[in-house]
Design a protein around this ligand. Sequence first.
Ligand code: BDP
Length: 718
Amino acid sequence: MRPSQLLRGLCLAAGLLLAPLAARAEDGYDLWLRYRPVEAGAATDYRASAGTVAPVADTPTLKVARAELERGLAGLLGERRDGGGEILLGTPASSPRIAALNLPLKAAGAEGYRIRTLNEGGRRVTVIAASTDVGVLHGVYRYLSLIQTRQAVDGLDLVDAPKVRYRLLNHWDNLDRSVERGYAGQSIWDWWRLPDVTDPRYVDYARANASIGINGAVLNNVNAKSDSLTAPYIAKAAALADVFRPYGIKVYLSARFSSPIEIGGLKTADPLDSAVRAFWKAKADEIYKAVPDFGGFLVKANSEGQPGPQDYGRTHADGANMLADAVGPHGGIVMWRAFVYSHEQPDDRAKQGYSEFKPFDGKFAQNVIVQVKNGAIDFQPREPFHPLFGAMPKTNLGMEFQITKEYLGFSTHLAYLGPMWEEVLQADTFAPGMGAAGKGSTVAKVVDGKLHGYSRTLMAGVANIGTDRNWSGSQFDQANWYAFGRLAWDPEASSEAVARDWAAMTFSPDKRFTGPAVAMMMGSREAVVDYMTPMGLHHLMGRSHHYGPGPWVAGGERADWTSVYYHKADKAGIGFDRTARGSDAVAQYAPPVAAAFSDLARIDEKDLLWFHHLPWGYRTRSGRPLWDELVGRYSRGVRSVEGMQATWTGLAPYVDAERHAQVTTYLAVQRREARWWRDASVAYFQSINGLPLPKGEAPPPLSLEAYERMQFPYTPGI
Ligand code: BDP
């Protein structure tokens, strides 16, 4: 053997030896689509059930569906699955075999599927059928998830369809690849190299989205640049649309309202001006030429300095309807954001969205969806549901959640947002419609269109995706992307069940893992609420970057960008009075809801200081005075994180070393920052009320001034 041969042989042997180890190291890139081998001795004999995959018709989506199924089964069950079974996928239109089965597909709608196990002459055939190709693709992901979560796949007969029509990610991505409120690296859109170079990552992005039913992406920030609508950028967006199309994902763009001036050479952007209207029509035509299935526009207008129709004395409806006219003939929609609050308005900021939009109910075109944040302020760790839900029966309203954790510890804090979203979706608006006196008219039923019979329904999530290897900045933040998709598909879904699926697919289906991991996830958001903003407190973080505690933030440009505006603490008490004695924001809710929020005996204490200003000595339900209760909750939040650390340590046997170590490190950061939140908040409020700490509570280790002096000049996300 020549030395070079010997060397090659040695390398090969070493490679073989190292291979299993290397394969086990994971960085999170594969998300919940890891398809790792099913353990020997699994309850179900998946190899026998799954079998071979029948050929499919030659369409882009069916080819993708079949390839994903092959990939998934090969990973989960190995290449050889000769148990005799067969998997048949397709639509009646493309497969005579499926047509002959005459399966009831109506309930699967345009994007859902039916999966049924049949017996064909003693042979097991699993049929994944749908009316459309993309329905088949969704069915494939569902089928694979059954194996991934170790559920039975024989004797299947299940049908599923999305309850919400537009299930969209909103990327707050800028053209220079920075991401507003992004904590996972840069934007994955490499605008500079597009359209010629399409990163293979775009395909994996599309796969991940399709696997949870997301069917659209707004590519650019709501604080938009007109450049996105110029010919070169339309070509770039078209290249992305081409990649996404087989996965049933459409592209949308945020449109800057003043584009007619900036890129159209006009003197005005007045929505009633004929030249402006012609500009938008021509722009829409140009986009649809490049992207025939373009989804439409998302608009932030007259909000936080963005231009809008009010600059010309026109209304939000005027602006939205003009754009709706432009995209309407092509089947496009306009998502018009209700996140508006005005500079000049001295009124409670929580009231302003409702005040601006409610008078225009029924005035928006049918292809407009007014996109409303879950709460009336701004993606806080906890907010009562936005009062517009239930109050706009004649206007399509869509939900906007924030997946990225601008106000919940960025990507280093573990906070599973499923319970937060579920809490909002299950909140009862008591709008007339469902049961007696409006009972059962939940936000979910507004959003899925059942309550008011909306012609178009939407759930949007501000994406947490970036160039980080693990996509979301942390392993557990992937769960928020996943949960958003699942809840957009079914707003009635249980966030706990969703967490269980995610944990099983992403880490391990072993119940000894999923049990504690899911419990940790389910409690994680409440922990954040406790150590940051307990009992209805809100918007108390550092100015503008929103990192860390800043209850002392005061002064500056505008009152409602300060913390003192929101907590209103003084020597006597704390909280924002939004009852009839105060700003009367409660009056924007249906009477039974308003009554409950107003009544100290009935309000849930989680919302207490959102609606009430109370003396520090106010007796809470625990029997403790408010101050003691508050301090207790801050400390409880820190203890919860310590509990999460202990849980995670115990889960080491079920998780690969690389991901386990990353989560461990992040939890240590979270523990330190939870403590910082607690200490700084306690120090500040104590400086206001001069009260002693409750017995057993440790004093903050630093002076208030020390906390106030901390600076964070290079915070990500701004
Ligand atoms: C706030 C963010 C800001 C966004 C704004 C919005 O701090 O960066 O531009 O919302 O939703 O949460 O438009």
